[in-house]
Design a protein around this ligand. Structure first.
Ligand SMILES: Cc1ncc(C[n+]2csc(CCOP(=O)(O)OP(=O)(O)O)c2C)c(N)n1
Ligand SMILES: [Mg+2]
Length: 269
């Protein structure tokens, strides 16, 4: 939310399999998202992509992938095209802390700096890749320090501090539009639930509830909610509940794709 609020509609984003919030924050259609979760033909990828592959190109949501790190390079390619076309639009590329261990991350940073691409790299650092803490995976667990070595500015932010996030994002986006070259933001956050799915997983022993508690108590949604007038907040919540109910009904009533769709969209026509 904090990053996307600083973007214009012409700007584009690329994300990961954990991309529901990104899709919605950039203006992705809620009905098409929920229908996609149900595998229905009205879904944003006609029911073929599912939860991990959301796309809404009309809103600048260019795609997400379950293969860790892949969309970082896709995003830089798009930024290169924008630069060649002298467009004023910019690209924001979202990925996890684990993705920064992939070779493609290093290659893309180097290329982006070399070509002064209009791209904002956003690392959503929840400190874990599945069940392994960052300190058990990275020889230098300071991602910003590593990134600066490639020659671009890098800053760490608290993902629960929405006003600061928005302010810094606006500054970064302005610099990108001015042609100052790529920037990197590391946004600290935390995964409340298991790696995939709705359950708690503290019984697995790789982390404990005490580590999660301060993140939950300090949650950005609560903090922003407290800034609102209670009546206004209730009104917003009522509208959102109605929108979600509508999207669920739409998804349930939609049809599954016919078998004839199976081999469509495999290659570009
Ligand atoms: C190239 C590749 N390697 C491994 C996996 C298996 N895998 C799926 S999610 C994940 C963890 C990625 O962690 P991070 O980038 O921090 O994202 P998070 O899930 O924490 O949001 C791994 C290793 C994969 N999907 N793709
Ligand atoms: Mg992670």
């Amino acid at each position: 939310m904090g990053i996307c609020a600083a973007l214009r509609s012409e700007d584009v984003v690329f994300g990961t399999y954990r991309g529901h919030a990104l899709y919605l924050a950039k203006g992705g259609d809620l009905r098409a998202m929920v229908a996609e979760l149900f595998g229905k033909e009205t879904g944003c990828t006609k029911g073929k992509g599912g939860s991990m592959h959301l796309i809404d190109t009309a809103q600048g949501v260019m795609g997400m992938s379950a293969v860790v790190g892949t969309t970082i390079a896709n995003a830089a390619g798009y930024a290169y095209a924008l630069k060649l076309r002298r467009s004023s639009a910019i690209v924001a590329s979202f990925f996890g802390d684990g993705a920064t261990e992939e070779g493609v991350f290093a290659e893309t940073l180097n290329f982006a700096v070399l070509k002064r691409l209009p791209i904002l790299f956003v690392c959503e650092n929840n400190q874990y890749a599945i069940h392994t803490h960052q300190s058990q995976r990275q020889g230098l667990p300071d991602i910003c320090q590593r990134v600066r070595g490639f020659g671009l500015p890098a800053e760490r932010l608290d993902g629960n501090d929405l006003p600061t996030l928005l302010h810094v994002a606006e500054e970064a986006v302005a610099a990108l539009r001015a042609g100052e070259g790529p920037r990197f933001l590391e946004v600290m956050t935390y995964r409340w639930r298991e790696h995939v799915g709705p359950n708690l997983d503290f019984h697995l022993g790789y982390r404990d509830q005490a580590e999660a508690d301060p993140w939950i108590a300090n949650d950005a949604v609560c903090r922003v909610g407290q800034l609102l007038d209670p009546d206004e907040r209730e009104q917003i919540e009522r509208e959102v509940e109605a929108e979600v109910a509508d999207a669920l009904a739409f998804a349930q009533e939609s049809a599954f794709p016919p078998a004839s769709e199976l081999l469509c969209d495999v290659f570009k026509e």
